[in-house]
Design a protein around this ligand. Structure first.
Ligand SMILES: C[S@@+](CC[C@H](N)C(=O)[O-])C[C@H]1O[C@@H](n2cnc3c(N)ncnc32)[C@H](O)[C@@H]1O
Length: 200
């Protein structure tokens, strides 16, 4: 059963960042001769970039029980904030999957600047194709449609006991072990929900 076990009030000064960078959209029609050509196959965008507020990242990692030495995968790692906090503050090994070149460059620089290259990395790979048998913890912030596409892959490859934390959108068809919410003073996004799952 879903249990709402904790509510917290976030101060306005909690450092929430709601900057948003969407995918670039082509505005010009393609040249006539290219219309017959097949578009190149590439990874499907399972969510546009939107960063998880840092207090929510901390809650996700605490809820997951992440410990030093654990391995975490963040599915669609954006600017690398989850990977960074996992490595820097929780002493974990952390891997982010990301396909946006700018975000990959930004997060790799941040990892270098934080001097945690020995336990944090960003893979320029489609998260749909990843093997999920290695991590102890997986974090997600993807659209419901994106989650519906990745859950079969998770179910194929996950190891029993793996913990998953999902921000905002729950994993379709899965029952959370725990649900927590953060209350925000921002009237536009007053509530942040985090879902914790354990596979197997
Ligand atoms: C909503 S953002 C979340 C970013 C970060 N996890 C966070 O919580 O701050 C989703 C991210 O997933 C990435 N993404 C979308 N589809 C992907 C795919 N097929 N493979 C890898 N990354 C993907 C996007 O580029 C975007 O940065």
């Amino acid at each position: 059963m879903v249990k709402f076990s904790r509510r917290r009030l976030l101060a306005a000064a909690a450092g929430l960042s709601w900057g948003c960078r969407g995918a670039e959209v082509a505005t010009e029609a393609p040249a006539t001769e290219s219309l017959a050509a097949e578009p190149p196959e590439g990874p499907e965008l399972l969510a546009t970039y939107y960063p998880t507020p840092l207090p929510v990242v901390r809650l996700m990692l605490e809820m997951s029980g992440l410990r030093p030495g654990d391995l975490l995968y963040d599915l669609g790692s954006g600017d690398g904030r989850i990977v960074l906090m996992a490595a820097r503050e929780f002493g974990a090994h952390a891997v982010g999957y990301e396909i946006d070149e700018l975000l990959i460059a930004e997060s790799r620089s941040a990892i270098k600047a934080a001097d945690v290259e020995d336990r944090a990395e960003i893979r320029n790979e489609d998260l749909i194709l990843a093997d999920y048998s290695a991590p102890d913890v997986i974090s997600t912030f993807l659209t419901p449609e994106g989650l519906a596409k990745v859950t079969p892959r998770l179910e194929q490859t996950l190891r029993p006991g793996t913990r998953l934390v999902a921000y905002k959108f729950p994993l379709p068809g899965w029952t959370p072990e725990r649900v927590e919410e953060l209350v925000d003073e921002d009237p536009e996004i007053p509530l942040h929900e985090v879902f914790l799952y354990r596979w197997g």
